[in-house]
Design a protein around this ligand. Structure first.
Ligand code: UTP
Length: 289
């Protein structure tokens, strides 16, 4: 049973400047909840996950503040009879045991994951990127991945099918599958041009790794963008171990990307019964302007 999850949330968020100058991109809201709360809810909903490590950096205190109890605020809500809000806030504090570690220098996602080595120890663990919400009508996506890991006992990444013209933005897999859901990975190819891409299946912000990934990360040199890339470590690991990809059922919302954020805000508002009719009416109205 996998007990631990790691959420890298230390990055600069340059794609969302100027907003991310002073506020972590993980605190961008979809309607009224910050992205990272959706991510933690996904992890905490998975059977077995009790402990979550958030990788942070300077300037990310708002994340800790969001999850720490605030006695003064709770007393005020209680005095004002706002019991629904009070319950909701208390629920946030109870999601899981949250831990924090600082990534001292922002040397890339691979380096961020390496900061989790002591926390993880010698057991398999999950990674959920802190700037991406994966919504699903059924089982949470990380639970789908954990089930696939149980089946294969190998490290496994979430896969999303994207339009071919977008392969150059992502890590893509070359893989084989009997059921078009679980793929045995033959190669990881970083940001291939569409005509060179071996598939249009891209690595989609959720992973389950066996602990040996740390050995490969430790020997991964700086790569693209002068950063330590998680994909480079995965490529080294693949030389020695089988790895899989799992085409998850659900939808990805990369909130670090402005257009995705705008679309997702509308989508999440439409899922809320108290906003749905008004938002639809408003979209109709402004689209005729
Ligand atoms: P991104 O490349 O999307 O993050 O990394 P970024 O560097 O913050 O964003 P841009 O491209 O400049 O806008 C994916 C995930 O890895 C984390 C990010 O916080 C994000 O959740 N990350 C990235 C770290 O934790 N540390 C790093 O050094 C880099």
């Amino acid at each position: 049973m996998i007990r631990k999850a790691v959420i890298p949330a230390a990055g600069f968020g340059t794609r969302f400047l100027p907003f991310t100058k002073a506020v972590p991109k993980e605190m961008i809201p979809l309607v009224d909840k910050p992205v990272i709360q959706y991510v933690i809810e996904e992890a905490a909903a998975a059977a077995g996950i009790t402990d979550i490590l958030i990788i942070v950096s300077t300037g990310k205190m708002a994340i800790q503040d969001h999850f720490n109890p605030d006695a003064g605020l709770e007393a005020r809500l209680e005095a004002n009879g706002k019991s629904d809000l009070l319950e909701e806030l208390r629920g946030i504090n109870k999601l899981a045991n949250l831990h924090y570690v600082y990534q001292k220098e922002l040397k890339g996602l691979g380096d961020a994951v390496l900061c989790a080595k002591n926390f993880v120890g010698d057991e398999p663990f999950a990674i959920l990127l802190g700037d991406t919400v994966l919504s699903s009508d059924g089982k949470p996506v990380i639970s789908q991945l954990l089930a696939a890991h149980e089946q294969t006992n190998s490290s496994i990444v979430a896969l999303e099918e994207v339009p071919w013209e977008k392969t150059s933005r992502y890590g893509v897999i070359d893989g084989k599958s009997d059921d078009e859901t679980l793929y045995k990975v033959g190669a990881f190819v970083e940001k291939p041009a569409p005509e060179e891409a071996p598939s249009n299946l891209v690595i989609a912000s959720r992973y389950v790794f066996n602990p040996e990934i740390f050995d490969y990360l430790a020997k991964t040199p700086r790569g693209k963008g002068n950063e330590i890339q998680l994909t480079d470590a995965m490529r080294l690991m693949l030389e020695d171990q089988a790895m899989y990809g799992y085409k998850f059922k659900g939808k990805r919302h990369d909130i670090g990307n402005k257009l995705d954020f705008i679309k997702s805000t509308i989508e999440f508002a439409l899922k809320r019964p108290e906003f749905r009719d008004d938002v639809l009416e408003y979209i109709n109205k402004i689209s005729r302007m």
